[in-house]
Design a protein around this ligand. Structure first.
Ligand SMILES: Nc1nc2c(ncn2[C@@H]2O[C@H](COP(=O)(O)OP(=O)(O)O)[C@@H](O)[C@H]2O)c(=O)[nH]1
Ligand SMILES: [Mg+2]
Length: 246
């Protein structure tokens, strides 16, 4: 399986070289792409110097749009699977092999901080919000998810095909909406426990207050994702799958 590691990054000059150095222990940086999303610091240059591929957005479009770019990059360059990975040092590269192993049984594998074995510390408010969102996402995925907003996840071949055509771009909603989009295409989702580090430097993109305020918005997005018509490119994909199966 050809695996691409995709790092959405915004102003991660303080942490990206550490994250890439750790990643290089398990993955050739030739199969790593950093989606620099209009950073105003040296993120792109540092990543390029380290040996990763870099795609830069001219303006900041958000993590969802960055992952949309990453999935297109994967499809065009013949990758079978994509692992989304933080540029701030929070994700532990040694778990990538576990995501890959679990992908034998599932189209999407989410690395959960809160599944059994998880020890991640987070504020009570943020935890509560995340738990609630996870409950709702679990209904769609028809399996218990404890960390639906985790940005440490793998998309296998069928998910790459769907996401290369369309990936949700709503801020903070991309992780959750992508689960709904995928399950509506008949793709399967599961989670595995992972440990995460504290961010190594720079600033988190969302405060507790903002995350809380956006919970309502995520729920709205979830509702909309349920009734939204499937984008035509993806509808076609599904038809092709059915024809192939017939
Ligand atoms: N491409 C892109 N990446 C972003 C943006 N905002 C945050 N990120 C990156 O997404 C990853 C996760 O963001 P982070 O702030 O660590 O979120 P947290 O881990 O949930 O606190 C990091 O690598 C960030 O650099 C954005 O607007 N565009
Ligand atoms: Mg982070």
């Amino acid at each position: 399986m050809r695996l691409l590691v995709a790092i959405p990054a915004l102003n991660e000059a303080a942490a990206i070289s550490g994250a890439l150095a750790a990643l290089a222990q398990v993955q050739s940086l030739d199969d790593v792409v950093v989606i620099d999303d209009g950073s105003r610091d040296a993120t792109a240059q540092i990543a390029r110097d380290a040996g990763a591929h870099v795609v830069s957005h001219a303006i900041n479009l958000g993590v969802g749009a960055a992952m949309g770019t990453a999935f297109k990059y994967a499809a065009r360059n013949g990758y079978d699977a994509v692992v989304q990975f933080d540029g701030d040092g929070q994700h532990r590269p040694e778990h990538i092999a576990e995501l890959v192993a679990a992908a034998a049984h599932s189209d999407i594998v989410i690395g959960s901080r809160f599944a059994e074995g998880g020890t991640f510390k987070s504020s009570a408010a943020r935890r509560g919000v995340q738990r609630f969102i996870a409950r709702v996402a679990s209904l769609y995925a028809r399996t218990r998810l404890t960390d639906a907003t985790s940005g440490f996840r793998l998309a296998g071949p069928r998910a790459v095909a769907v996401f290369a055509e369309h990936y949700p771009v709503e801020w903070l909603g991309d992780t959750v909406e992508s689960i709904v989009l995928a399950t509506r295409q008949g793709l399967t989702v599961r989670e595995i426990p992972v440990e995460m580090n504290e961010r190594a430097g720079g600033a988190p993109s969302q405060s507790v207050l903002r995350a809380t305020l956006y919970t309502g918005r995520i729920l709205l997005i979830l509702g909309l994702a349920t009734i939204r018509s499937v984008p035509p490119q993806i509808r076609e994909l599904r038809l092709r799958d059915r024809k192939a199966a017939a």
